[in-house]
Design a protein around this ligand. Structure first.
Ligand code: GLV
Ligand code: MN
Ligand code: MN
Length: 430
């Protein structure tokens, strides 16, 4: 009986579980321990970018790259590259994703794509000691906005869209600049933007990622072929009221920043609801209340707002609606409101040629699949600005992600992994 055969008889070689897939799973499981608290293991992983747990995950990944005979290097933005030179001239193939997580996140977001990439390298090397063209696996730095309020940092840098000034401007909650954190990790923030990826060197970028939504889990399809990625528009709203004694300050004299923020949060939700028919969404994911004491009327609140859609006009309408509402809510309450933009990215289409290739592979292999948009942001958004890119989704249980409850079924992920491997192979041995 083959490794996944239940009824005896030969399992076709392409359906057997490959050494690369087994190793990818082991690597995901090893990295899941980086950033998991021994005291609270059910709180998921907190592996914020450029922190100690991120360093540990990078070390495990680099070790695997070395074992595969890849040359390991990091670039100015600390993106971790494993590269295997090709025997022929011509543009190569990159497989990538990220290793950082949100606070209290899941085990698979990003990590699965990096580990699957290394699994594919292992499998392809088993049949052929050297790829025809150069093959690289990359773990991009800080895909999550959780630490520096800036997402897809490494892939923005790889696309030449991050400047040394940006790295000085974005800071974490403790005031550490992105530039400083990069430098502490061996990066060179002063060189950001100098060496963008070039289509002369690279023919294709592939990213495999959990869907992070419920579509594949509900439909039973094993693979999602992403056509377009919704891009986030993000900003901070600072609401400045008047801090006062919660016992002594009468209700009609208050300028409570938190009460104003509560109305603004509902306005953000309403803006998302009114654009839901276009697939847009709106979230306030951070609400910091100062000074944060039970007997003090809050004087200052910081909200962080995340608006997304695959139609720019819809995102623009949400932004306009949120601002108009915030101004009127705060005006009525005598609370000042200040907006600081973080980022405003455009929705991005994936490469039609690569998308068709992935679809052909699914059809040929009898893998159930569907074309779909991505609501979540991904490194592929920025890589796609420079080189043809494809994003392949695999299902996650109940569509839950950015949560300790993020789960996958490896037996379903196998189909997506094999589609990735075959698509990479066709671009690598053209
Ligand atoms: C990345 O996880 C995002 O926030 O979309
Ligand atoms: Mn994520
Ligand atoms: Mn991700």
């Amino acid at each position: 009986m083959g490794t996944d055969g239940r009824f005896g008889g030969a399992v076709p070689p392409e359906r057997q579980i490959s050494a690369g897939f087994i190793r990818a799973r082991e690597l995901v499981e090893a990295i899941a321990a980086c950033g998991r608290s021994a005291e609270f293991p059910d709180r998921g992983v907190s592996r914020l970018a450029l922190t100690e747990p991120d360093r540990q995950a990078r070390e495990l990944t680099a070790k695997e790259m070395r074992e595969l005979g890849m040359a390991v290097r990091t670039d100015a933005c600390c993106n971790l590259w494993g590269v295997l030179g090709g025997v022929e001239k011509g543009p190569g193939v990159i497989i990538g994703s990220h290793l950082d997580s949100v606070p209290e996140g899941g085990d698979y977001d990003g990590v699965l794509g990096v580990a699957a990439g290394l699994g594919v390298v292992r499998d392809l090397l088993a049949g052929q000691p050297h790829p025809a063209r150069t093959l690289a696996v990359v773990a991009f730095t800080a895909e999550e906005s959780s630490r520096f309020s800036l997402a897809t940092v490494g892939s923005k840098a790889a696309a030449g869209r991050l400047t040394p000034e940006d790295a000085e401007r974005f800071r974490d909650a403790r005031g550490v600049t992105l530039a400083r954190a990069l430098r502490d990790f061996g990066g060179r923030p002063e060189d950001l933007g100098k060496e963008p990826l070039s289509p002369k060197d690279w023919a294709a970028y592939f990213e495999l990622h959990i869907e992070q939504g419920p579509v594949l889990d509900r439909t039973g399809d094993d693979v999602g072929i992403v056509e377009a990625i919704a891009a986030p528009t993000r900003f901070m709203l600072e609401l400045e009221g008047v801090q006062a004694h919660s016992g002594a300050c009468p209700m009609d004299l208050r300028h409570d920043a938190l009460a104003a923020a509560a109305e603004v949060i509902l306005a953000v939700e309403e803006a998302g609801r009114s654009e839901a028919r276009h697939g847009s969404v709106a979230t306030v994911g951070v609400c910091e209340c100062h000074p944060g004491a039970m007997n003090v009327v809050p004087g200052r609140v910081v909200l962080k707002v995340d608006l997304r859609g695959i139609r720019s006009e819809s995102v623009a309408r949400m932004r306009g609606a949120v601002m108009a509402k915030a101004v009127s809510i705060c005006g009525a309450r005598g609370v000042a409101c200040r907006l600081t933009p973080y980022s405003s990215d455009e929705p991005v289409a994936m490469d039609t040629g690569l998308t068709a290739l992935v679809e052909d592979v699914c059809r040929e292999r009898g893998v159930s699949h569907r074309r779909m948009p991505s609501g979540a942001g991904h490194d592929a958004m920025f890589v796609a600005e420079r080189i043809p890119s494809a994003l392949i989704f695999v299902p996650c249980k109940d569509g839950i992600s950015h949560s300790p409850k993020e789960r996958i079924e490896w037996s379903r992920v196998q189909a997506g992994y094999e589609v990735l491997r075959e698509a990479v192979k066709r671009r690598l041995f053209p």
